[in-house]
Structures are given as C-alpha cells and as structure tokens.
Design a protein around this ligand. Structure first.
Ligand SMILES: [Zn+2]
Length: 515
C-alpha cells in the first residue's frame, strides 16, 4: 500500500470534518438547505486553514446525486470524481501557475455548455489574486452574466489583491487561523488513529508553531513521526521547530517577580547558548505578559488564552504576583526592548538591559508601595515585601539644594521613569508644570480645567510614587505640592507658553532662563 501524507489522508471529506471554521460551515449548509446559493464565493484566509477543502466539499454537496445536499454521500460517481480531481463538472484552476490565461480562455469558451453529469458546473479558482489583468477581465465578463448552472468558488490568501469588480460579485467568507487547541486536538486524533504515542504537550507545541495552519501542523507531525525512531520528545520538537517552551517563559518571569535580575540574565544566556532565536523569545515573552494580563482581568476565565489547561492554571498563579499596572508596565518595557533592538542592532543587549530593568521595576514599584497606604498595596502579598526605601530619604544631610531649572530640564525623564512604575501617575503628571521649589517643596501647577489630575495625584499612594521618583532621579528629598492655576488649558503650544507665563506671574515666579 502506498504511503499518503497526513495532510492528504486527513483532508476533510464532508462539512462535519472541517476543523475550526464553524461559522462558514453553518452558513454554507444553511444556504444549501434553503436553496439560497450564491453564484460566486470568495474564500479568503491564510494558507492551510481549509479553503480549498471546503470548496471541494461544497462542490460535492452541489453535484452529489442526492444533491444539492448538506450531506454529500461520498459514494456516488460525482462525489468520487470530485474527490480524486477527475470530475468534468468541477474544474480546478490554479491562479498561481502560468497565471491562468489559457485556463480562463478555455473557461470562457466552455462555460456556456451544460454540465456533463451533475447539476452544476463548478469552477474552483485557487489563488485567484495571482491571475493576470487579462485573465481577470476575461473572468469578469463571465461573472457578469453567468449561466444558471455555473458556480464559482475563488480562494485567496490575499483578498485585498482581488479587484473590486470581482469582489463585489462574490459572497465572501473569511477563514480564520485555527486556534492551537483545535489543531492539537486534531493531531491527537491523527496520532491515535495512526497508533503512534505522542505526548499532548508535544502535539500542542507543534500546533502552536504552525500558527493557525492545520495543514502545516499535519505535515510537521508526519515528518516527526517518520524521522524519529521511537518516541518524539518535547525537547526534539522544541529544538527542531525553534520554539520557546512555556517553561522558560514562566521561569524568567519568576525571576522578575523575585527581583532576581542576575537570575533572569543567566536564564537568557542559557537560552542563547542552546541556540534559541532570541527574537522569537522576545516575542514569546510579550505574548506571555499578554496572557498574564488576560488571566488577571478575566479572574480565572481563561478562554481567551490559547494554551492547555495546565498552562492556564500556571498563568493564573503567576499573575497573582503582579498588579495590572505592573503587567502593563512590563509589557511596555518589552515592546520598547524590540524597538531598542532595532536601533542597537542587537536583540540580545536590548533584552538584557530591559530584563534587568523589569526586575528592578518590580522592586521600585514594591518599595514605592511600602510607603503608601497599606490598604492598596501595589504588589500582592505573594511578592517579597519591599525593604528598599533608601535610608538616606530620612536623613537631613542628604538634602541638596536643587534649582527649578534642573527639575524642568529633567521633567520628561521623571515622567518617563514614573511611567514604568505607574502609567496613570505619569500621564497625569505630564499635564502639570513644575512651578517653584521652596524649602524642599516642589510646587506643580495644573491648568484649572485639570483638577481631576491634581486630585488624583494628591492621593497618598501617588504622591509617594512621585516623591520617590524625584529622589531616585535628583537624589533630593522633595515633597510635592499641587495647585490649580486660574487658566484653562487649550491644547496648543502658544497657549501653553502663555499659560506658564501667567502662572509664573500669578505666583510671583520668575523666568530664570528665557530662550
Ligand atoms: Zn454523492
């Protein structure tokens, strides 16, 4: 018996077997039942998600001797001929090869002739966007006045390249990437039917790597089974496919929680030594924090996370060590790392710096919280208690005179630093202007229509965060005081300047340095 590759062998034969496209299957079946079929369909979507398979099943459903039926018999000559690509009434054209000119010409000549055996004459045109302009035009003429018995099914991976005059004549279906959980369930069915023992986490890793393409996943499983002698281990799959395993994502995040910057860097180093693609790792870590965010906001309802149950439980556990703000902040830092990598031309250096920053941020957020209200700690009790407030904060001799100019010059930096601790504080503060420094009190003015910003920052937690941020940046122990000016802010630069001027006037301030 000859060997058939999995992707062919397991190709769906009827609507029931199509994986992950329920919305499309339901609509098509309904159209068949109610006899409301369109003349032309466009199946759009990524490769390997079932577009051509669905087109063939629809063709069978239409031309089955019991058809049109939502349940083609798969036994009659029409069903068999379509399945083996021999049907004279179901013509498949590949838009990608020779760009379809000859085929479309033949199509135009033959389209008027009635079907040979079936009820319909069905043209399946794959990669329709690849057709030449000439072929498109020829096709369009036929599409404008098709004979009653003709049906077109176009498939494309890039629907935006299909000309609008064609698009407007089609009923469009968007095929989605198939979730990894559904792909791995299908791989499990295949493995068990092929009597091959493969662990679930191996199948899931394959599914994850195939990025929504069932066909790719089936091919990878096929190859791994034929090349591996004996058992396929997760390690094999991870190394063959260049994947990042969930375990290392959890481990490095644990280091961040433990404020163990060195531990995080060592883990990263080990990954690099093991030949991991650091770019892939960086993206995976961003996705990991996205999943932590979902785990946090969903409070345990994790159906938005496309991971096996055990990983979801682990995510829930890990998410308890973060506040939502901290997750957002980590997310920003990791995205920033990718930007920085482009400028540095080194993902490794950028990731090292930002991992250390992440571990440090956990610390600074925690220490800010230690001075804040006990009712709303920034970090949950699970993370280690912070004892990091610099001792010098309390000592008188650490106080140095600081000029308003110095503060103004580094104002943006202060806001950037605070953004990593608590986004809302940074956002609100960015609307204020440092106005004066007097006896260790920094006065910050807000336009009078920004009282909400002022009130929010006056809360003890937020005040502590700002004062700590100031200390970290200027090494000066300043208290902050917020005031409202009598001017409203109109969002224009010239208005901004006049606002500052009038605010200065009002408080007998002096423009020390004017440019
Ligand atoms: Zn049939």
């Amino acid at each position: 018996m000859s060997y058939t590759v999995f992707a062919l062998k397991w190709r769906p034969k009827n609507f029931e077997e199509i994986i992950g496209q329920n919305h499309i299957v339901a609509t098509l079946r309904n159209a068949i039942l109610k006899n409301r079929l369109a003349h032309a369909y466009l199946f759009a979507g990524p490769r390997g998600v079932g577009k051509t398979s669905t087109a063939r099943i629809l063709a069978k459903a239409l031309n089955c001797k019991e058809g049109p039926t939502a349940h083609p018999c798969l036994k009659c000559s029409s069903c068999n001929e379509i399945a083996s690509g021999r049907s004279l009434d179901c013509i498949e054209i590949d838009g990608a090869s020779n760009r379809g000119i000859d085929e479309i010409r033949v199509l135009r000549e033959n389209v008027k002739f009635s079907p040979v055996g079936g009820k319909f004459k069905i043209y399946i045109i794959d990669e329709v966007h690849m057709l030449t302009q000439e072929a498109f035009n020829a096709l369009l003429k036929t599409l404008e006045e098709p004979p009653e018995f003709v049906k077109f099914i176009f498939a494309t991976t890039t629907p935006h390249k299909v000309i609008p005059t064609i698009l407007s004549r089609c009923q469009r279906f968007d095929f989605r990437r198939i979730p990894a959980l559904e792909i791995s369930a299908q791989l499990e069915r295949i493995a068990s039917s092929e009597k091959v023992a493969v662990e679930k986490d191996v199948l899931f890793a394959i599914a994850k790597a195939s990025d929504g393409s069932l066909r790719d996943a089936e091919s990878v499983l096929d190859q791994l089974i034929s090349f591996s002698k004996g058992k396929i281990s997760l390690k094999d799959v991870v190394s063959v496919l260049g994947l990042v395993d969930q375990e290392s994502l959890f481990e490095i995040t644990d280091r961040i929680i433990q404020k163990d910057a060195l531990g995080a860097l060592n883990l990263l180093n080990a990954l690099v030594d093991n030949g991991k693609d650091i770019q892939v790792f960086s993206s995976s870590l961003i996705e990991h924090f996205r999943n932590l965010m979902i785990a946090k906001v969903s409070r345990g309802d994790v159906k938005l996370i496309d991971l096996p149950e055990e990983s979801c439980q682990e995510l829930l556990r890990q998410s308890e060590s973060f506040t939502l703000e901290e997750i957002f902040s980590a997310f920003n830092i990791l995205v920033n790392a990718q930007e920085m990598a482009k400028r540095l031309d080194s993902m490794r250096i950028s990731l090292e710096i930002n991992l250390a920053r992440l571990a440090y941020n956990q610390r600074s957020a925690a220490s800010a919280a230690s001075g804040a209200s006990q009712k709303q700690p920034l970090t949950s009790p699970k993370s280690a208690p912070a004892k990091e407030v610099p001792a010098s904060v309390k000592t008188e001799d650490s106080i140095q005179p600081i000029s308003l100019d110095t503060i103004k010059d580094s104002w943006q930096r202060l806001i950037d630093n605070l953004a990593a601790v608590k986004i809302s504080v940074a956002t609100y503060l960015s609307e204020g202007e440092p106005l004066k420094v007097l006896k260790n009190v920094l006065t910050i003015a807000f336009p009078k229509n920004y009282s909400l910003h002022k009130e929010s920052l006056e809360k003890k937690d937020n005040r502590v965060i700002i004062e700590k941020g100031i200390f970290d940046l200027f090494h000066t122990d300043l208290k902050v005081n917020f005031i409202l000016s009598q001017e409203s802010r109109v969002k224009e630069d010239s208005e901004n300047n006049s606002f500052i001027r009038s605010a200065l006037d009002m408080f007998q301030g002096r423009v020390i340095k004017e440019e």
